[in-house]
Design a protein around this ligand. Structure first.
Ligand code: FES
Ligand SMILES: [Fe+2]
Length: 377
């Protein structure tokens, strides 16, 4: 992966820093303690402003591998808008509001592959580029201009194998300057899943961004393997990268610096501000979109992409799926349960705010970014 354009450390530099921390019993630290008001996890007003932000910037909708072919489509409501994202016959990704131009029915549901869309209500049909293809009994609509009756199109762009959608405003392409190249051409989608939780989207996001909780919350799953409360935390653009080393990273110590590879020795979590994470694990990379549905309800969509062959050895489907199960399901369930529990307490008088300290640097950074984007500073 080429990270140099955004100023992230090279792997060998991160590993040096990890060994330094191990030797001195330290970890990367922030410099700011942060108090996030509990209302920010419950308030309709804050939620509406966050949703407006999600509509006004390019946000990851899917990895490109999830809509691979001409006619591949996915429909999903995002930031309050039912969207239909499709790869057209020229292999360009397009995004439409999933609303028939006759009487507003959703023209597609779920995901799949199709040559055309046919509205289930009265059968108006649309091409993959959104244009009207056919109208049954067309003569009954003498005023209709078919040229302008196509599906309403929004801005979509693919950048480094992620599909981004911006629903409103002039495309803020500058936010994509920090887009990284996570995937190699031969990587393939091996699994996808979604979850629904009664928890604010930020609580779920926060679980991904520090390892201060490894020993307490993941005592059985991660603590035996991972270094507790030891991270290298970096920022790039509005985003963060958190490097979670495993105890076995010590095996790399005797190797020459340029022979130290991180696969199998650490998990890299990229937080793509505001609501997407990419986790690079040993045999797969997962992309998770943390979709707010209300102040206290969140759906997470995860896509798991198998890594390419390493040194000529293909990673089997089964091996990669074991990797998926271990990290993203067992661990994620504990994180999700914590987020749901916190959602129940943020409505009480126990705390006026949640507190984030120096160990929670990446979370502090994401709250700072959000506050700034919402014009609250
Ligand atoms: S609403 Fe789609 S054909 Fe009538
Ligand atoms: Fe966790």
């Amino acid at each position: 992966m080429d990270n140099n354009n955004v100023g992230l450390l090279e792997n060998s530099e991160v590993i040096d820093r990890v060994f330094g921390h191990i030797d001195s019993g330290t970890t990367d630290l922030g410099t700011t303690q942060w108090h996030e008001p509990v209302e920010h996890y419950t308030s309709e007003d804050r939620y509406e402003r966050e949703i407006a932000l999600l509509r006004q910037r390019p946000v990851v909708f899917r990895p490109s591998a999830a809509i691979p072919d001409a006619g591949s489509f996915i429909s999903r409501t995002t930031a309050g808008t039912p969207l239909l994202v499709v790869r057209d016959n020229d292999l360009q990704v397009r995004t439409f509001i999933n609303a028939c131009r006759h009487r507003g029915m959703k023209v597609a549901s779920g995901q799949g592959c199709t040559p055309t869309f046919s509205c289930p209500y009265h059968g108006w049909t649309y091409n993959l580029d959104g244009s009207v293809r056919g109208i049954p009994g067309e003569a009954a609509y003498p005023d209709l201009d078919k040229e302008t009756a196509g599906l309403k199109e929004l801005f979509a762009i693919e950048r480094r194998d992620l599909v981004y959608v911006q629903q409103e405003g002039t495309p803020k392409l500058e936010t994509l300057d920090a887009a990284l190249n996570f995937f190699e051409p031969s990587q393939s989608l091996i699994h996808q899943s979604d979850t629904l939780d009664e928890a604010n989207w930020k609580l779920l996001t926060e679980t991904l961004l520090e390892s201060y909780h490894i020993k307490s919350l993941h005592r059985e799953i991660f603590y035996p393997l991972g270094l507790d409360n030891m991270n290298v935390v970096e920022s790039f653009g509005q985003n963060s990268r958190v490097f979670y080393p495993f105890k076995r990273i010590e095996k790399l110590r005797p190797l020459p610096r340029d022979e130290r590879e991180i696969e199998g020795f650490a998990t890299l979590v990229y937080h793509l501000f505001p609501n997407v994470s990419v986790s690079v694990v040993s045999k797969h990379t997962s992309v998770t979109i943390i979709e707010p549905l209300s102040p206290s309800r969140t759906q997470m969509f995860s896509f798991y992409i198998k890594h390419a062959a390493k040194n000529g050895t293909e990673i089997s489907h089964e091996e990669a799926l074991q990797d998926v199960d271990f990290v993203n399901q067992s661990g994620q369930e504990e994180d999700r349960a914590a987020a749901r529990d916190i959602q129940e307490t943020v409505t009480t008088s126990a705390n006026s705010h949640l507190t984030f300290g120096y160990y929670e640097k990446a979370i502090v950074s994401s709250h700072q970014q959000l506050q700034s984007e919402l014009g609250e500073t």
